[in-house]
Design a protein around this ligand. Structure first.
Ligand code: DGP
Length: 122
């Protein structure tokens, strides 16, 4: 699986284009989606170069895998939507490839919240 270093999220990671940052640590960067589908719509991306979840699950180190999952939890908490933060919950999903509807070829988890998210798949 070839990683395109010029994809938009690679450019955001390098600071070449701006984002509305929510959270950052050693393993992840989280920022608001430019085209929000719900009241709160965030994206959490690993700092490593992974095309999608297949690529990540087969090549990422255990530290990176744990870091990404913990990062998603940290972002939901920071946004005040996690049940840990006494929020009302949220949905996280990841699109993979053509059938999954993935547009940007750098792995990203969507986080939707701030309101009832609705039907799981339309
Ligand atoms: P997906 O279809 O799962 O690949 O979702 C890609 C998401 O990325 C989509 O909801 C819009 C968002 N997006 C695309 N370009 C940018 C950008 O330049 N900045 C930000 N913040 N989000 C972007």
């Amino acid at each position: 699986m070839n990683y395109d270093k010029n994809n938009i999220f690679a450019k955001i990671l390098r600071g070449e284009i701006p984002c509305k940052k929510i959270y950052e640590d050693e393993f992840v960067l989280a920022f608001y989606d430019v085209n929000p589908q719900k009241k709160i719509h965030a994206l959490v991306i690993p700092k490593g170069e992974y095309v999608n979840l297949d690529d990540f699950s087969s090549k990422a180190s255990e530290k990176e895998i744990v870091g990404l999952i913990k990062g998603i939890g940290a972002v939901a908490k920071k946004l005040g939507i996690s049940e840990v933060a006494k929020g009302r919950g949220y949905r996280s999903l990841v699109n993979v490839g053509e059938n999954g509807g993935q547009e940007v070829p750098h792995l990203h988890f969507h986080i939707f919240g701030g309101e009832k998210v609705g039907k799981m798949v339309s």
